[in-house]
Design a protein around this ligand. Structure first.
Ligand SMILES: [Zn+2]
Length: 244
């Protein structure tokens, strides 16, 4: 059921209410999003989903803020080093928008943990930095019929797609999850997770409000060195994993 907006919320969101009406804004307010990962992608996704007025956000990450995070994880400052990311993030984001309910979960992503939270979730966001956790998110979302946005970054490159269980291939059918020799420390330009994270937030907003088109059955590939955004069609092939 759609939640009504307060007078203050109508003023806060006035610029986007012009775009998709109070009805669209109420849809955002009635939506619960799970964000897996509160790092570089997560910082951007969370900032913009909270600014846009998503009703409820569940943020899962078990990391502590490190000095080497600050180059790209814009939710954190030097004062936060050593603290759990999700708690710092929740505190900052509540200051940005107290109308959003934020549930920080300072735990490692496992199947059991996701199963605990996924049932009330409308859309999930992959803001992770490793394929092992992604495979878990993929499997839990697919089995529970939860649509989710995937993005990944490395260097000046990134990719993003919107997965709808039953309508698009699952993540493991798009990417071979066995990444031989996956690097322990992935090089990342400061701006890449920001750009991809904002695109992820934009996909969620469009999907919830029902405007434009999401990147379902399409993979957007970003090249920050040569300024290209290429959209590649993904064929709905015989998905052996997602229909098992
Ligand atoms: Zn599949």
């Amino acid at each position: 059921m759609s939640k009504k907006l307060t007078k203050e919320e109508i003023e806060r969101y006035s610029r986007q209410i012009i775009l998709f009406g109070e009805e669209g804004q109420e849809k955002l307010k009635s939506t619960t999003v799970l964000v897996a990962g509160a790092g570089g992608l997560g910082s951007a996704v969370l900032y913009y989903l909270v600014a846009a007025g998503i009703g409820k956000l569940i943020v899962i990450d078990d990391g502590l803020v490190e000095l080497s995070n600050l180059q790209r994880q814009i939710l954190y400052t030097v004062n936060d080093i050593g603290k759990p990311k999700v708690f710092v993030a929740a505190e900052k984001l509540r200051k940005l928008n107290p109308h959003v309910e934020i549930i920080p979960v300072n735990k490692r992503i496992t199947k059991e943990l996701l199963e605990e939270y996924i049932k009330d979730v409308d859309v999930a966001v992959d803001a992770l930095d490793n394929w092992e956790a992604r495979a878990v998110l993929d499997s839990v979302c697919y089995k529970n019929n939860i649509p989710y946005v995937h993005a990944g970054v490395e260097g000046f490159y990134g990719q993003i797609t919107f997965i709808i269980p039953g309508k698009t291939p699952c993540l493991r059918c798009i990417f071979p999850m066995k990444k031989p020799g996956e690097k322990k420390v992935i090089p990342v330009a400061s701006t890449t997770p920001g750009i991809l994270g904002v695109l992820e937030a934009n996909e969620v907003i469009k999907y919830v409000v029902g405007v434009g088109e999401v990147l379902s059955n399409n993979l957007l590939v970003y090249n920050g060195l040569y300024n290209t955004f290429e959209v590649i069609e993904i064929k709905a092939n015989n998905c052996r994993i997602c229909y098992e």
